[in-house]
Design a protein around this ligand. Structure first.
Ligand code: FES
Length: 166
């Protein structure tokens, strides 16, 4: 995330100009999806800018940004770790796996790591109870999870960052 806002403004301008000028709600959602993908949340200044550029009241942009679960108004990590605590996963140790993940990532009471690499959330049933306990990282589903597998799985995503940093 850029510290001074200029880079962000340029990027948001690009997203808006990139074929969305004739705005309707569908276009607004597409723009917000693009911003969410890029920054892992919807910065307030970006919502103001999008509203201005599309000629849409800010209240309407906010109502869409807060209606859909896919959007977040607070910064999220690059990787979303969803730990299932639905009934099947809970009885098979989902809570202990969540605790292990939180310890590994040094989260204390936070949901997102300080380096914004991971956000950890609890979910109620990922729709694959026969695989419980289940953890999902981004689009990858990990079945029959154990606490012992947690460090290796998290490392895989940390390695991706290290590879990109090199
Ligand atoms: S309860 Fe965890 S996948 Fe259904």
């Amino acid at each position: 995330m850029n510290p001074n806002g200029t880079f962000l403004v340029n990027e948001i301008e690009d997203i808006v100009l990139n074929g969305y000028q004739n705005s309707m709600n569908g276009s607004l959602i597409s723009i917000l999806e693009d911003i969410q993908d890029r920054y892992h949340f919807l910065p307030k200044d970006a919502l103001i800018l999008v509203s201005e550029r599309l000629g849409i009241p800010l209240s309407q942009t906010y109502s869409i940004a807060t209606f859909y679960n896919a959007f977040s108004l607070v910064p999220k990590g690059k990787h979303l770790v969803s730990v299932c605590l639905g009934t099947a996963c809970h009885v098979r140790g989902g809570g202990a796996i969540l605790d292990k993940i939180r310890r590994e990532l040094d989260l204390d009471s936070r949901e997102t790591t300080e380096d914004f690499q991971f956000t950890v959330e609890e979910v109620r049933c990922l729709g694959c109870c026969s695989l419980s306990p289940v953890v999902r990282v981004d689009n990858d589903t990990y079945a029959h999870m154990t606490q012992a597998r947690v460090p290796g799985i998290l490392k895989k995503y940390q390695r991706e960052k290290e590879a990109l940093d090199e």
